[in-house]
Design a protein around this ligand. Sequence first.
Ligand SMILES: Nc1ncnc2c1ncn2[C@@H]1O[C@H](COP(=O)(O)OP(=O)(O)OP(=O)(O)O)[C@@H](O)[C@H]1O
Ligand SMILES: [Mg+2]
Length: 397
Amino acid sequence: MDPITNPYSPGAGTPPPELAGRDELLNKVRIAIERIRRGRSAQSILMLGLRGVGKTVLLDQMRDNAEATGFYTLRIEAPESLSLPALIAPELRVTLLRLSKVEQAKTYSVLALRALAGFATALKVKFQDIEVGLDFEPEPGLADNGDLAHDLAALLEAVGIAAKKAGSAVVMFIDELQYVEEDQLAVLISALHRCAQRKLPVTLVGAGLPQLRGRMGRAKSYAERLFEFPDVGALNEEEAALAITKPAEEEGVELETGAVAAIFKQTNGYPYFIQEWAKSAWDVASESPITLDDVDAASTIAIAALDSSFFRVRFDRLTPSEKRYLRAMADLGPGPHRSGDIAGKLERPVQSVAPVRNNLIKSGMIWSPYHGDTAFTVPLFDDFMQRILPGDEWKAV
Ligand SMILES: Nc1ncnc2c1ncn2[C@@H]1O[C@H](COP(=O)(O)OP(=O)(O)OP(=O)(O)O)[C@@H](O)[C@H]1O
Ligand SMILES: [Mg+2]
């Protein structure tokens, strides 16, 4: 059918035509930030999920909703390299400049901008990656100690006071939080804790890979109490059916029940894969309704598309020994697997492959659901590894 009207949208962070199955989470965040605005307590929400489940699009939707209801938001994606202060400073500045337009909040927004100036200037020595425009002179003694823990808490407090004066709240939406260094996570947690204690309306809504939970706990033992960690997972059959059929219906196109069931089966309900399969099925079909045969024919195309994008970008970043490690995991099946079994496949002692495993956890390719267990963070990556490195030759490389 006409590719121009194809409604599906596979892609990292690309909003789906129908955001299926996430109403409960959207509502949870709506309630939490509204409570914060009113000076009531609420846990910050950190969504955990594998690659391609829809964390980024959910975070974007939550942010849009928050902006539409009068909150001041920041949207940040933690890269693997930048420091937390470098990440936050420029975004906070924009938020504060916007807050300073609110008459009742003007004085305190300017004070917070002066705090930001002190913060950036004092920490620049330690975090050379901080780049932020300074609109005001620092206020001596305000967030300018040069100690991140102290200065971030002071800065966020100043932000909170300005937000409170505006009758609003500042909500920081941070994606890929697992990439923030543990000591910097600790500082962020304690600064948020301080704001919570003072009932100041500043909060965090974050997203990351499942390893984030352990990182938060290690960074601050009380993080478990301060945060809620809802899982963002695959869609169930009903939600997946909605994600598949509703966008088509809006274009006047039907899908046979068997076609929908087949897409669910092939994709295990993973949102990224659903978009890819539905898109290919649409392209293959010559007319409505889209049939089971269309879906079968589309599978090869969908897999090829995923292999050359979703999976491939991750594969290309791996070192040869990381590829071998993941290929050995794939040999054992979808997982999780015992680290000893993986080392066994590699015919190496566990300790000698531990550094490779650690690097893979750090770069977000794998995680450890339980001590000594290892699982892929990318759904269906085991099948991909078998496709791209078939046979036994990988062992010799
Ligand atoms: N609830 C949903 N219903 C249907 N499709 C969805 C849903 N959530 C996400 N998608 C689709 O899934 C794909 C992946 O979404 P997104 O990039 O947000 O995932 P992610 O969890 O952030 O992945 P990564 O960990 O790789 O960053 C996108 O094409 C998006 O349109
Ligand atoms: Mg994402």
